[in-house]
Design a protein around this ligand. Structure first.
Ligand SMILES: *Cc1c(COP(=O)(O)O)cnc(C)c1O
Length: 456
């Protein structure tokens, strides 16, 4: 028998049928979200203008496990359980005693983990009679996932795509349109907020914050027939992603393994949390010891250089305020290629666990990320998304530390998606045209000035 477990598959019948909610296990209660008008703790019903009740319930739930409805389980089976892989060939190339495992979320039809929550969000909206969903997309990953989910539940899908990406990434746009989504470059003349921006600056190339404001406006003014969806940051989104970590735990159990180090890249925090939180449960409740590393780009250093404060999720200040690490909701990060990681804030749950010392954040530059991605691709055959490469980089660095110390640590990271729509970024790297950005304090200071003053 082959002793080597290259791929650890979970039988479809063993797929976990509940998501893990970390709220009841938090070392202290999570600071409450604030109403953007009153700056006082929000009443969950205030959220009903933009979200369905089922998701608001999950947002504030204190139940440790929330069962996954059968209809969602059926759709998950199109690509789940995803494989856990041991990266033997990468270990060999690094000549490390470390054992490197990765959860391969790139096998989903959308090419990333985001479909895990898109399907769940579409389901709960459909159940409450909603006719259409609105959202924003930057790099296009979230818009793609929501387009697929909407097509499965027969919902209208409107995606505000950051204008610069709309122009630079036609394939992503066409992909969304193929599933039936309406894709609008943002800022646009379809909303009051978009028109206001365009009046001041007709050549504005857009930002995620502006696109969020437009998508929320459409939902809020739809008379209740359309709702808004977010692909990261909120508690219910992180909750849906925990299927990743719940599966990984069972897969590691199958081969008698347990991680010493768990790594994920962080934009809003959902794929990292999805893999890590089920293991954080073991650390908080079962005295296990694991090092959790949350990796962000040095060009958008939210967790490593941001301020822990209440801030909005969007540029217009329409979303509830979350206590988080933030660079300021007006902060415009440089145009690095990991578009999914260019967000000024981070999930409140992830921020809270950083405050409590459970999660360690770190930042990496994009050239070393692409270097790691190409080594990974040559060993494992998969071209990682630029975002996922941040986790690959740190997994390799940790494995190299093991080579120095001679320790055989078990490393687990999340391969959040593939990079098939990011080949122009690889082209720039291969031709040595990829810039690295180390942000000066002065630039960050400007962003911090936009953080609202909250007396709580
Ligand atoms: C969107 C995206 C991310 C970043 O979002 P998180 O919510 O932090 O997971 C990471 N990797 C891929 C492939 C993405 O599409």
């Amino acid at each position: 028998m082959n002793k080597h477990h290259y791929t650890i598959n979970l039988e479809p019948s063993k797929m976990p049928d509940a998501w893990y909610n970390i709220n009841p296990d938090m070392p202290s209660p999570l600071p409450p979200p604030l109403n953007p008008q009153t700056l006082q703790p929000i009443n969950p019903s205030d959220l009903e203008a933009i979200f369905p009740k089922g998701l608001i319930e999950q947002e504030v739930s204190q139940d440790r496990y929330i069962s996954i409805p059968g209809e969602i389980m059926d759709i998950y089976q199109l690509w789940r359980p995803t494989p856990l892989r041991r990266a033997y060939r990468l270990e060999k190339a690094l000549d490390t005693p470390a054992k490197i495992y990765y959860k391969n979320e790139s096998v989903s039809p959308s090419g990333s983990h985001k479909l895990n929550t898109a399907v769940a969000q579409a389901y709960y909206n459909k159940k409450e009679g909603i006719l259409g969903l609105t959202t924003e997309t930057g790099a296009g990953q979230w818009g793609t996932a929501l387009s697929i989910a909407c097509s499965m539940f027969n919902l209208e899908c409107t995606v505000y795509m950051v204008k610069i990406s709309f122009n630079q990434k036609p394939y992503r746009r066409i992909l969304m349109q193929s599933y039936g989504a309406k894709v609008i470059p943002s800022p646009s003349d379809t909303t009051d907020f978009g028109r206001e921006i365009l009046k001041k600056d007709p050549n504005n190339t857009g930002s995620l914050g502006i696109a969020i404001s437009e998508a929320i406006e459409v939902a809020a003014k739809s008379g209740g027939v359309k709702k808004y969806t977010l692909g990261s940051v909120l508690n219910h989104v992180l909750l849906h992603q925990t299927i990743i970590g719940e599966e990984a735990k069972l897969q590691m159990e199958l081969i008698d393994e347990y991680p010493d180090i768990v790594i994920g890249c962080v934009g809003g925090g959902s794929n990292f949390a999805g893999l890590a939180f089920p293991f954080v449960h073991d650390v908080l409740k079962k005295e296990k010891k694991i090092k959790f590393i949350a990796v962000e780009p040095a060009a958008c250093p939210t967790m490593t250089r941001g301020i822990y404060a209440y801030d909005y999720g969007d540029t217009a200040g329409m979303t509830p305020l979350l206590k988080q690490y933030t660079l300021g909701h007006n902060f415009m990060p440089p145009g690095i290629h990991a578009g999914g990681l260019r967000y000024h804030g981070v999930a409140g749950q992830v921020a809270h666990l950083i405050r409590h010392g459970v999660i360690t954040p770190t930042a990496v530059l994009q050239n070393p990320v692409f270097q790691a991605n190409l080594l990974f691709a040559k060993c494992e055959g998969i071209i990682p998304a630029p975002e996922s490469g941040h986790a690959v980089r740190v997994a390799i660095d940790e494995a190299l530390k093991c080579k120095e110390s001679g320790e055989a640590k078990t490393i687990l990271f999340n391969l959040s998606g593939h990079g098939h729509f990011d080949m122009s970024a690889y082209d720039e790297y291969i031709n040595s045209k990829l810039p690295d950005y180390e942000l000066e304090d002065e630039i960050l200071k400007k962003g911090f000035e936009g953080i609202p003053k909250v007396n709580l």
